[in-house]
Design a protein around this ligand. Structure first.
Ligand SMILES: [Zn+2]
Length: 237
């Protein structure tokens, strides 16, 4: 490996960090070019270190790295966006980091994915503009969809083929992502068709479009599906 190849620049988000040893940090980074990976920020907690106070969780910036066999080293970090609005309110910060943590588990390491980067970034940007707590759920659904976990749920009975009406209850089989009319099955997971329609709409539209302040309020019902969906997806991984 020649010298030029040992160093590289990468823009990305710091999404988690851990303290190790004597004043060092390990950072979980989501880069535009390299996806998710851990890096070491040597001495980042030490006084007079150039990284001190800059490498916060939930920060967008440009890093200068040196390649290492184990963890690459972060040599310099130029902050582009601090997401102050998230950090100035403890509840918002906890809310955001809990969703990022939940999402992060599903992201494969070292796989470039510009759409995932954009989704993470949009989630952080949109949090400040909205005061509903379903933003995080919509973020998770979009993420799982991009990772190939979530299909559309058909709104016709999987047994008799009946098209379900908007004021009708249906039975959801979350294991196979199918629905049944009330006379065709005895599953106990009763759900309004409207919830399934909203779920399908989330899959259809872009994250930024859905989370517009005047539009996201129409998606509140997705709350009824979320616990079931989370259980289903977290079983799979
Ligand atoms: Zn039926």
């Amino acid at each position: 490996m020649n010298l030029e190849n040992r160093y590289y620049y990468e823009e990305g988000l710091i999404i988690d960090r851990r303290k190790i040893g004597d004043g060092d940090l390990i950072l979980l980074f989501y880069g535009k070019e390299k996806g998710k990976y851990w890096v070491k920020a040597p001495g980042a907690l030490k006084i007079k270190n150039r990284l001190r106070g800059k490498v916060e969780v939930i920060t967008f910036g440009k890093g200068y790295f040196v390649k290492r066999k184990e963890l690459d080293l972060l040599i310099n970090w130029e902050v582009i966006e601090r997401f102050i609005d998230i950090k100035k309110d403890v509840d918002t910060f906890i809310y955001v980091t809990s969703y990022i943590k939940r999402a992060e588990k599903f992201l494969p390491e070292g796989v470039k994915d510009k759409e995932i980067f954009d989704l993470l970034y949009s989630f952080l940007k949109e949090v400040r503009k909205t005061n509903t707590n379903i933003l995080g759920d919509i973020f998770l659904i979009k993420l799982w969809q991009k990772l190939g976990f979530l299909p559309f749920i058909p709104t016709i009975c999987a047994k008799c083929g009946k098209k379900l009406n908007s004021n009708e209850k249906l039975l959801l089989d979350i294991k196979d992502y199918k629905v049944y009319c009330l006379s065709c099955n005895n599953l106990d997971m009763e759900m309004d068709l409207e919830v399934i329609n909203k779920y399908n709409e989330i899959l259809i539209y872009d994250f930024k479009y859905i989370v517009e302040p005047n539009r996201i309020v129409d998606f509140e019902e997705i709350k009824n599906l979320m616990p079931i969906l989370i259980k289903r997806i977290e079983q799979e991984v």
